[in-house]
Write a protein that binds this ligand. Structure first.
Ligand SMILES: [Zn+2]
Length: 289
């Protein structure tokens, strides 16, 4: 057992770990450069791996134009970061930032200085239209405050949205339209307050449903149509309930949330989510083997 240099937690380095580090240690010019065993626990190592990428929204000026932009880099970091327009302009090539390598100094020290002083994309966002406030984003139109979004339009306040339209407060949404407060949705249309929903439409307050339409306060259903609290209802009953829920009253909506949370307490959740997988271990895996 070793104590983590960062947090002090005891952690184990197994013989297999040591064998692995030995196996992946690189050899240059016949000399092996041994990778040392870790000094941080696995959680701290994970944090360090994740720390390189900004996941917050900041304001800072473009280092080339001075224009204030939303950025993944904090304003007090004196690094060089360009707005998307400045970054992709043809008035620089990157070669002007070239420098000699000093063989008498450590590589990473020099690499850091180099990285710090060469232009980076200020928000990692490019090819977006009417989207000044999104980060890690490409080919979107009219989106606002979303991190990790591609090929989408009219999406607001979300994280990890791909190929979506009008998804508001979405978290991991794929190929979905007109959804509100959803997480883990794929191929959904008009789904509200849903989690882990695939190929479904006109559903609200739903969890772990597939190929469902017109479901309200339901969970763990497959190929269901016109259900409330997991029971089949007539089209008229459903429409009456739906109209009541979405009458525009915040109070009713809050009541519904509480009622649904209570209902969920007596229903199981899947241990892992796997869709169309073969011989896979782990959570949130689709179309894989
Ligand atoms: Zn630690």
């Amino acid at each position: 057992m070793a104590d983590c240099k960062q947090c002090g937690t005891a952690f184990e380095v197994t013989d297999d770990d040591l064998k692995f580090y030995d196996k992946v240690s690189p050899i240059f010019n016949g000399k092996k450069y041994q990778i040392p065993p870790p000094t941080y626990c696995s959680e701290c190592r994970q944090k360090r791996r994740m720390a390189w990428r900004g996941k917050d929204y900041f304001f800072r000026p473009c280092s080339k134009t001075g224009k204030q932009c939303i950025s993944i880099y904090p304003p007090d970091e004196e690094m060089v970061a360009y707005s998307a327009d400045a970054f992709y302009a043809s008035d620089w090539t990157g070669l002007e930032f070239g420098r000699d390598f000093d063989f008498n100094r450590p590589f990473f020290e020099q690499f850091f200085e180099f990285w710090y002083s060469t232009p980076k994309q200020i928000a990692n966002a490019y090819n977006n239209e009417n989207c000044d406030y999104i980060i890690n984003a490409h080919r979107n139109k009219s989106c606002y405050l979303v991190d990790e979004i591609d090929v989408s339009r009219d999406c607001y306040y979300g994280y990890n949205i791909q190929h979506c339209e009008s998804v508001i407060k979405g978290f991991y949404a794929r190929k979905s339209q007109f959804c509100y407060e959803v997480s883990q949705v794929d191929n959904c249309y008009e789904v509200f307050f849903g989690h882990n929903i695939y190929h479904s439409s006109n559903c609200a307050f739903v969890r772990n449903c597939r190929n469902c339409n017109h479901c309200l306060f339901c969970t763990n259903l497959r190929e269901a149509d016109y259900h409330i609290f997991n029971k089949r209802v007539s089209k008229e009953e459903f429409e009456k309930a739906w109209t009541h829920v979405f009458s525009g009253s915040d109070e009713i909506l809050e009541e519904c949330k509480a009622k649904y949370a209570e209902f969920l307490k007596s229903h199981p959740v899947p241990a892992v989510i796997q869709i169309n997988t073969e011989d896979c271990t782990g959570d949130q895996i689709a179309d894989s083997r």
